[in-house]
Design a protein around this ligand. Structure first.
Ligand code: GL7
Length: 839
């Protein structure tokens, strides 16, 4: 039963309803009130963290008011909602974004100043919400921003991890992982202790017949864990629409602990049960593009899918509509295969609980779900062992077998001549043990499947899903090239540039329509504009240089060329190619006369990124970078000609400092391996150029900015197979310059060579799977071209302005519109004009 205030009392409610601050005076009232009452502190014990808390709570009040209005308005609009299911939401900080979207940043700046604080220092107090690994999680965060900005009724569903991605510390050149307990103070979440779902694991299946003779299946006697909802408001930019991100937290179903056990003296057992339940949402798995098949991970996935589906179905049932209307009210996007269990779960709800027939239930499921693939790397494709699923989710395994049976019968009818087809496309891989192929289940259960950049979407059709294109037809497969939110990645991260752009484009409309950037091309020759553009880049480099000094103790000259590669450390992303190139440069510099060295283009090579804790090769790469940094930075001969920096603990808030400061950024994956990349877009949008391979979104960036404005190198994806084959049968072709690099590493130039032998040997002795040897020469040559190009600062500046003007395509707003039209078939709900305060 919904509690609602009776009509006669509503007037009183309206009169007293929460007021929003509008002036800096009112803002200060709110901050001080929160510090004094919510935090129980005073002007005698308030530091910057207290001022952050007060500011965040003041803005939160405003957000909550809009959030409530939005939810009411969307419910009465009775339109289809989008549910974005993602195990990762890499949100970063919320305060700056809240200030921007609420539109009160100047008011807050003035208020804080009057209270004795600097806005930038206050923003800096916030800890990142780091519930993600990398691109996939950050994409989900950009999508939430765009969904709200475009007024789509949309909810994110995820897990509320107690520990986000670990904090990285570098100790003696090695990565150490430190837990990220980020919840100490999180004003942005609202625990909903009244919104809970009981989720079952293990248990048994019972078939029975009802009075009318109908067959039923019951799943029972399992272990129950309770999901508690924690909600966070997601404000849109330039609109009052404030959507919801709902994250589930796990707890023991009987509350704190089991009193029967407690009273009978089994105190420890009772606590252990509680802890076991809480473990489910305790920690984010820190693997980027790798499937480890751990039972706890499967538990996380089911726990989150079951809670979310229950919630979605509960909301739908309130509308009292017929089940056939479900797909008109609900679109569920599966962010990778992680939420694929939602497919058998919805079938289970519809058939076992709601009593629908299979065919009707299946048709609803297919119309409701769509699936985004984010990688073709075989080690990332999820498979779960059948015995594991059988034990944990016995009813779901039956349903998966039923889906498979129907599907294979269909295939058999349509492709009677292709006998191998059945085993190739079966959801169940006939291995020892048998495995459930989650990607196949996701494809079969969805009406649309998309890749995240053109090349990637083509590749999935010709490789991993080739047979499914034949079976379902090509229309099921589509492309939605990734994008980024210009609010965070331009306006927030690079305010001066945003301001300059706005001054030329007549305001900030471009933040809602990034294609307007093209008008900047009119200013490419404008002297004052050029000067200001260049000054801004320099100021951003200076800011990064200061940060490098403070964080890493390394002095770098901001006039040098800043060359940046920041992303998860992975062999396919080829940080090893980059560091080998740096070593090559160092060796060349060493051989030069001092006079020639002076003439060389000074460069700072900046790296950042985390390695998965169990990924030894990635950790070795980090170690090598740090050792090279140690040697090069302390070599008196070299001076400013080359500096090497490894920035500790790369994350979203650090990216906001790093991205605007690049001259060149590196996106140099082996062709065909990086599905899209999204930081490539962020760097270019901030006036940095790219050195990159013909991979992922680099290709579309090239199409947009023009071949002259990007530095491409290396082999093409269509040649990768042959090259690998050639390595195997005829050996490698190692360029002397690369051989020289290997020799110096093996001779101990960067410390005990033994530590790096696995890395060097992976190339020289173990097939060089990622084609480092094939691409090294063209990489180094392209870096030379960059040195030359950078010397002509005027031409360089023209290029950097031009590329910014041509980045309009890469807004995540454009992607969301494509998803809405091509995949979700959904319309925005425009919020009504804002009522007056108290009205
Ligand atoms: C990724 C891709 O590797 C990356 O190229 C892409 O930009 C991102 C978002 O679509 O998804 N796939 C993946 O498994 N991870 C990614 O970052 C972890």
């Amino acid at each position: 039963v919904e509690a609602s205030v009776p009509e006669p009392q509503r007037e009183a409610w309206r009169k007293h309803s929460a007021r929003e601050f509008n002036t800096s005076d009112q803002f200060e009232d709110a901050v001080v009130r929160h510090i004094e009452t919510t935090l129980a502190r005073s002007l005698y014990n308030v530091d910057e963290s207290g001022a952050y808390a007060g500011t965040a709570l003041a803005f939160r009040d405003r957000l909550v008011i809009e959030w409530n209005r939005t939810q009411q308005n969307q419910t009465s609009a009775d339109q289809k909602r989008v549910y974005y299911l993602s195990l990762e939401f890499l949100m970063g900080r919320a305060l700056d974004n809240a200030m921007l979207n609420v539109g009160m940043k100047d008011v807050a700046r003035k208020g804080l100043d009057e209270l004795g604080f600097r806005m930038e220092d206050i923003i800096d107090q916030e800890r990142d919400a780091a519930l993600g690994n990398g691109g996939l999680g950050r994409l989900a965060a950009c999508f939430l921003d765009s969904l709200a900005t475009l007024n789509y009724p949309a909810w994110g569903y995820g897990l509320r991890y107690r520990y986000g991605i670990f904090r990285q510390e570098i100790v003696n050149g090695y990565q150490m992982e430190v837990p990220d307990y980020w919840l100490e103070f999180n004003p942005w979440e609202f625990p909903r202790h009244d919104v809970t779902v009981d989720v079952q694991f293990y248990g048994t299946i019972r078939k029975y017949m009802d009075d009318s003779g109908k067959q039923h299946t019951a799943w029972e006697n399992g272990e129950i864990v309770t999901a508690v909802a924690y909600d966070a408001p997601i404000p849109g930019y330039g609109t009052t629409t404030t959507n919801n991100l709902r994250l589930w937290s796990s707890k023991a179903s009987h509350g704190e602990f089991d009193f029967t056990k407690f009273n009978s003296g089994e105190y420890e057992a009772s606590v252990a049960d509680t802890q076991r339940a809480e473990t489910i949402s305790a920690v984010l798995y820190p693997n980027d593009s790798l499937d480890r098949g751990k039972e706890l991970r499967l538990k996380q996935q089911y726990f989150w899918c079951a809670a979310s589906l229950f919630d979605i179905v509960r909301r739908f049932k309130k509308s009292k509509k017929a089940w056939s209307d479900f797909p008109n009210q609900v679109a569920i996007q599966l962010n990778d295969t992680h939420p694929t269990l939602a497919i058998p779960e919805l079938l289970r709800i519809l058939i076992d609980i709601e009593g629908l027939e299979w065919d009707e239930a299946w048709s609803i499921v297919q119309k409701t779900f769509s699936y985004t693939n984010h990688t073709v790397l075989p080690e990332a494709l999820e498979k779960w062992s059948v015995p594991l699923v059988q034990n944990l989710l016995p009813r779901h395994l039956q349903i998966i077998y039923d889906i498979n049976l129907q599907f294979l019968q269909f295939v058999e009818r349509n492709f009677p001549k292709d006998r191998d087809m059945l085993s190739r496309v079966s959801i169940i891989e006939e291995s020892q043990p048998k495995m459930v192929r989650m990607a196949y289940l996701a494809v079969i259960g969805s009406h649309k499947v998309n890749g995240v950049a053109e090349l990637h979407s083509d590749l999935i059709k010709t490789t991993i899903f080739k047979d499914f294109v034949k079976i379902h037809g090509p229309d099921k497969f589509t492309n939605v090239t990734n994008g980024i939110t210009p609010r965070r990645w331009l306006h927030q991260a690079n305010f001066r540039l945003s301001e300059l752009i706005a001054s030329k484009l007549g305001g900030y409309d471009y933040l809602n329509d990034l294609t307007l950037l093209h008008k900047l091309e009119n200013y490419v020759d404008d002297k004052d504009f050029r000067k200001e553009f260049q000054d801004i880049k320099y100021a951003n480099k200076l800011r990064l240089a200061r940060y490098i000094k403070e964080a890493q103790g390394i002095t770098v000259n901001p006039a040098s060329l800043f060359d940046i590669q920041v992303k998860r450390i992975h062999e396919y992303k080829r940080q090893q190619l980059n560091i080998f190139g740096v070593i090559h440069r160092y060796l060349e510099l060493k051989e030069m006369s001092p006079a020639d060295r002076k003439k060389a283009q000074p460069r700072v090579s900046i790296f950042g990124g985390k390695a998965a804790p169990g990924y030894w090769m990635a950790k070795t790469i980090i170690h090598l970078i740090n050792q090279v940094s140690e040697v090069v930075n302390n070599d008196k001969d070299i001076g400013d000609a080359l500096k090497v920096v490894f920035l500790e603990d790369y994350n979203v808030s650090k990216a906001e400092i790093i991205v605007p400061a690049s001259d060149i950024s590196e996106h140099i994956s082996t062709a065909g391996t990086e599905a899209s990349g999204t930081s490539n877009m962020k760097f270019v949008l901030n006036g940095g150029l790219i050195i990159g391979t013909c991979d992922g979104a680099n290709i579309e960036i090239t199409r947009e900015v023009g071949e002259d404005n990007i530095f491409l190198f290396g082999n093409l994806s269509e040649d990768v197979e042959d090259l690998r084959h050639a390595h195997y049968y005829s050996g490698l072709n190692i360029d002397p310059s690369l051989q020289r690099v290997f020799d110096e590493i093996r001779n101990g130039m960067f410390g005990d060579a033994g530590q790096f032998s696995s890395l060097v040997n992976s190339i020289t002795d173990h097939g060089d799977y990622y084609l480092v040897s094939d691409d090294f020469k063209s990489y180094v040559e392209t870096q030379k071209l960059i040195d030359e190009a950078y010397k002509n600062q005027e031409e360089w500046l023209t290029k950097t302005i031009t590329v910014v003007a041509r980045m309009g395509f890469f807004s995540s707003d454009r992607c969301i519109e494509e998803y809405a039209q091509e995949i979700w078939n959904t319309e925005p709900v425009v919020p009504p004009a804002k009522p007056q305060n108290g009205a």
